[in-house]
Design a protein around this ligand. Structure first.
Ligand SMILES: Cc1cc2nc3c(=O)[nH]c(=O)nc-3n(C[C@H](O)[C@H](O)[C@H](O)COP(=O)(O)O)c2cc1C
Length: 171
């Protein structure tokens, strides 16, 4: 039954031919945000979406208008999103994205004072005219041996988020 439902979801999406860009920044050697971006992309692909997952420095701003939807993410650094992802989004301002869908994601420390990259990214996406398909995905990290790593369960949380997002993108 579950297999049949998966098949139906895949066929429906392929019929719609939705093309999604997952664009992310990642800074540390651990590449937490990249891991989240890849997990999101894999699930969206499993759900039948046509996904390109690109590190922000490899993404061409002029290609963004060819996508039906965009997921943009970055680590939270100094309480906000990184300059590269915000610069990328700023460079889209000459195009119009009205009616296209988008969502933001980030990695951050789980604290009241950590700041929140995803909020800034979401705001920028809204300003560009995107319709926000789902509230931001916040993936928490913790410090171990001088580096930040994704907390246990955060990759699985991202995968569940992508499953829900696939439905929202299709509707
Ligand atoms: C210099 C530096 C500044 C950071 N600033 C913040 C911060 O303000 N808030 C926060 O929640 N996490 C902060 N972090 C933790 C990062 O968000 C975390 O390491 C992130 O997962 C890195 O993502 P990446 O591995 O994709 O580069 C900081 C980490 C570093 C190294």
């Amino acid at each position: 039954m579950a297999t049949l439902k998966r098949l139906r979801d895949t066929i429906e999406t392929e019929e719609k031919g939705l093309k999604i860009l997952v664009v992310y920044d990642t800074v540390s050697a651990i590449k937490n945000t990249e891991k989240i971006a890849v997990a999101l992309s894999e699930v969206l692909k499993e759900k039948g979406l046509d996904v390109d997952c690109l590190y922000v420095k490899n993404a061409d701003p002029s290609s963004v208008k060819s996508y039906d939807g965009v997921l943009a993410g970055a680590p939270t650094m100094a309480f906000r999103a990184t300059r590269d992802i915000m610069g990328f989004l700023d460079s889209l301002a000459k195009d119009t994205f009205a009616g296209k869908l988008a969502a933001a994601f980030d990695t951050q420390v789980q604290s009241r004072i950590s700041g929140n990259a995803a909020k800034g990214i979401e705001k920028k996406l809204q300003k560009l005219g995107f319709k926000i398909a789902a509230p931001p995905l916040v993936a928490y990290v913790e410090r171990k041996m001088k580096e930040y790593y994704l907390k246990e369960g955060e990759l699985e949380k991202a995968k569940r988020y992508a499953e829900d997002l696939a439905k929202a993108l299709r509707s």
